[in-house]
Write a protein that binds this ligand. Structure first.
Ligand code: ADP
Length: 384
């Protein structure tokens, strides 16, 4: 169904449209918060099975379960007015006219397509739940990034499931980049997701593949700046890094690789290799051993501006350094991690007694004069 019909449905309502989101995560939270800010006549209830997450969204001091720049301001403006958070999923479904399905779609860990294909179990469960609980017709919008044809499966699950209820399924996957989700929701400029992410990751990998610069001591920033002036190339997304990170890049590429494999097309993936090269480079620099040495990792979120740590490059480094029996300190202004490393309260504390500093996330404060390389270099431990 064309998206225009969805707009018409919204406009023809004379009473506040009840509009819940199933899933209060990185997709459902920011998306629905911005909808409520921009559309005060729409009431949105964000429901989630995870009680702790909902409690955090409702916390009196706005200690939200996810971090995104400016998200707290939007929640402060709307929560309790036309934006509500609840664990009562069934009530949310019953009262809704339009439902966003924003549940998790992790990469499959076992079975067909393991390690590549998206696990659609949560989507199926949520879709069945809507079909079972609904007592009136609904518009159901798939908001998470689902593989092609998921809407068809949702349709099959819901169509004719209940006499008197009609379900329209719309596909409107989220497009915002984490770290700038709120500003991007205000001014979106993306019309495709999987293909765009494939192109973006290729750009990152291509720049990182210019390792000839490192060997010849050329300045990679100057090289890419010059390349960016070629109008066919452009400047954006041409920053050399330690391999791309983040849930969507990783997941979308794996999906694409899976799809390509099913179509008998060969895979191209060098991101893992680039991360491995970086860990190896650190070990090499520290005289080929990091055993017993202390390495500080600044940044655990996969990118600056978010608290999301899924598929973060820092995870790879920490694992690599720990397998080499190094001690790892880490500090991130927002992201939390399970306690397999020493979590420090400040960058200052983190770098104490360290032999190496790895800046894994481009937080402003990590790039700043006080915390960044210039600051860290003189204070790190060196051999006598
Ligand atoms: P994403 O990054 O795609 O938003 P998250 O894991 O951050 O993924 O959020 C997905 C949320 O969806 C989780 O908090 C999970 O508890 C919730 N969820 C999964 N299935 C359901 C369901 N059937 N009903 C309500 N919430 C659900």
């Amino acid at each position: 169904m064309a998206p225009v019909k969805f707009t018409k449905v919204l406009c023809t309502k004379s009473h506040p449209l009840q509009n819940p989101s199933l899933g209060a995560g990185y997709v459902g939270g920011p998306t629905c918060a911005v909808i409520t800010l921009k559309c005060p006549h729409i009431t949105v209830t964000i429901v989630d099975l995870n009680k702790a997450r909902i409690n955090a969204w409702n916390s009196p001091d706005f200690k939200l379960p996810i971090y995104e720049i400016d998200l707290e301001d939007v929640i402060r403006a709307c929560r309790g007015h036309n934006l509500f958070f609840s664990t009562d999923v069934e009530k949310g479904i019953r009262e809704a006219e339009l439902i966003f399905v924003s549940v998790n779609t992790p990469t499959k860990k076992s079975g067909v397509g393991a390690g590549f294909a998206a696990d659609l179990n949560y989507v199926e469960l949520a879709t069945c739940q809507v079909a079972v609980v609904a007592t009136t017709s609904k518009i159901v919008v798939e908001k998470s990034t689902f593989p092609c044809r998921t809407a068809e499966s949702m349709c099959t699950i819901q169509v004719n499931s209940k006499p008197g209820c009609h379900f329209d399924i719309l596909s409107n996957p989220e497009f915002f980049p984490e770290g700038t989700a709120i500003s991007d929701l205000f001014k979106p400029d993306r019309l495709s997701k999987l293909a765009a992410n494939a192109m973006l990751t290729q750009r990152i990998s291509s720049v990182n593949a210019l390792s000839i610069c490192e060997v010849t001591v050329a300045n990679i920033n100057e090289v890419v700046n010059a390349v960016g002036y070629d109008s066919r190339v452009g400047h954006k997304f041409l920053k050399a890094s330690i391999g791309f990170s983040g849930r969507c890049f990783q997941k979308d590429i794996l999906n694409l690789v899976y799809l390509s494999k099913s179509l008998y097309l060969p895979e191209v993936a060098m991101n893992k290799y680039q991360k491995l090269c970086f860990s190896k480079h650190v070990v090499d620099t520290l005289f080929n051993t990091v055993t017993g040495k202390r390495i500080v990792v600044f940044g655990f979120a996969f990118t600056a501006g978010t608290g999301d740590t899924r598929e973060s490059a820092a995870i790879t480094f920490i694992r690599d350094f720990q397998s080499e029996r190094a001690f790892v300190n880490f500090y991130d202004p927002q992201a939390n991690v399970k306690k397999q490393v020493k979590i420090c309260k400040s960058a200052f504390e983190a770098r104490r007694d360290a032999e190496a500093v790895v800046i894994a996330t481009k937080w402003k404060e990590h790039r700043s004069h006080e915390v960044g390389c210039e600051w860290a270099y003189p204070s790190i431990n060196r051999p006598p």
